[in-house]
Design a protein around this ligand. Structure first.
Ligand code: UD1
Ligand code: UDP
Length: 352
């Protein structure tokens, strides 16, 4: 069978790396990789293809950055052209970005069945573009590949139980596989000490586009008891003008995945608004402080492993001092989500 995979943004490269590696050895599936071009800087895209040995995309649609409607519209138009030419049996999407919803929509309008990895995640906050993207993608897709039992339950509540399959989380597979490859060469050269530090990432619009929130976060970081290493997303870098902070905040360029999990492994705690990094912190047993108003990854909240603090400076500083943690749950599968994703698609193809 022919499977078209849509990727376009950083976390999708990391998820697809694991699935595509296993697909390469599956003689029954021919994967066609379509990169929308949503992320395009070398350190937001190419580095992942090289480092994680993701096959070169068969297509790069080069949509680039634009407001939501324009960016998603360009993707739809260009994905549709490729799908008409390639005629895949299935289309595979990941996560909740504009690339995800554009891929699923283009496919199902052409009567190509769509499978969605990371189905069933909900923040119940409709002001987040990701929430719109994931709800829409789940409701138009034919196969919903859920990373957790909670996701399965949420899909059932929306009447989608029959399309849902529990697979576990492919990001858990990724971290198990790649953390074995870590060595000193993955220490970002800008970080010349292995002294204790906190690791942070910030890129969500509710923080970057609100100077009061962004300032509150940077003020907390400036007062933290350890340096805060911040590989900064280009979106946030553009919005830093006027934000005050001191040299406790160590801003570096975005790093490759292996550098990122190296930093995670050596960090004391994580401060982030990223979905993926919240989970990775949990997988690696690093306490997390989430700079958002809610999380989709509710399993991480047990045992003090994750605190939701929005951009509240006092809470950020308070939760940095929590030092008692409960056991880590095995809520994200057995590290073989990729195999289960592929089997579920093959089974669905046989039943077509
Ligand atoms: C997107 C996803 C978000 C995901 C994130 C992962 C949507 C709506 N959002 O957010 O869910 O968490 O990716 O990182 O799909 N930019 C560059 N170079 C790049 C890419 C982006 O400079 O290679 C800058 C541009 O100014 C762009 C801005 O970052 O306008 C935002 O990029 P965009 O892809 O629209 O959204 P993200 O914030 O990256
Ligand atoms: N990541 C990375 N380099 C960085 C920042 C993040 O490789 O400089 C990885 C991170 O480890 C995780 C993924 O990117 O695997 C998360 O992506 P991001 O935070 O951009 O998106 P989200 O998960 O919030 O959608």
């Amino acid at each position: 069978m022919k499977l078209a995979t849509i990727i376009g943004a950083r976390p999708q490269f990391i998820k697809a790396a694991t699935v595509s590696r296993i697909l390469k050895d599956n003689p029954q599936i021919n994967e066609v990789i379509i990169h929308t071009g949503q992320h395009y800087d070398a350190n937001m895209s190419e580095v992942f293809f090289k480092q994680l040995h993701i096959p070169e995309p068969d297509y790069n649609l080069e949509v680039g950055s634009a407001p939501h409607g324009k960016q998603t519209g360009r993707m739809l138009e260009r994905i549709e052209e490729v799908l008409i030419k390639e005629k895949p049996d299935w289309l595979l999407t990941y996560g909740d970005t504009n690339s995800t919803v554009a891929g699923a929509l283009a496919a199902v309008k052409l009567h190509i069945p769509a499978a969605h990895v990371e189905a069933g995640l909900r923040s119940f906050n409709r002001t987040m573009p990701e929430e719109i993207n994931r709800v829409a993608t789940d409701h138009i897709s034919d196969l919903l590949l859920a990373p957790t039992q909670n996701a399965i339950e949420l899909l059932a509540k929306e009447g989608l139980a029959e399309k849902a399959v529990f697979t576990g989380d492919v990001m858990y597979d990724s971290i198990l596989f790649y953390s074995k490859q870590l060595s000193e060469k993955h220490r970002p050269k800008q970080i010349n000490t292995l002294d204790a530090f906190y690791l942070s990432t910030i890129h969500r619009p509710e923080n970057t586009d609100n100077p009061l929130r962004l300032q509150s976060i940077f003020s907390a970081f400036s007062e933290a008891d350890l340096p805060v290493v911040l590989p900064l997303h280009p979106r946030t870098r553009q919005l830093l003008q006027g934000i005050r902070f001191n040299d406790n905040v160590k801003i570096i360029e975005p790093v490759g995945y292996l550098q990122m999990i190296y930093l995670l492994k050596h960090s004391k705690k994580v401060l982030t608004d990223s979905g993926g990094l919240q989970k990775e912190a949990y997988f690696m047993g690093k306490p997390c402080i989430t700079l958002r108003d809610q999380t989709e990854w509710i399993e991480t909240l047990d045992g003090n492993w994750n605190f939701i603090v929005a951009a509240d400076k006092d809470k950020i500083l308070k939760y940095l001092h929590v030092s008692e943690f409960g056991p880590i749950q095995k809520a994200y599968g057995d590290g073989h989500a990729a195999e289960k994703i592929i089997s579920a698609i093959q089974l669905a193809q046989e039943g077509k």
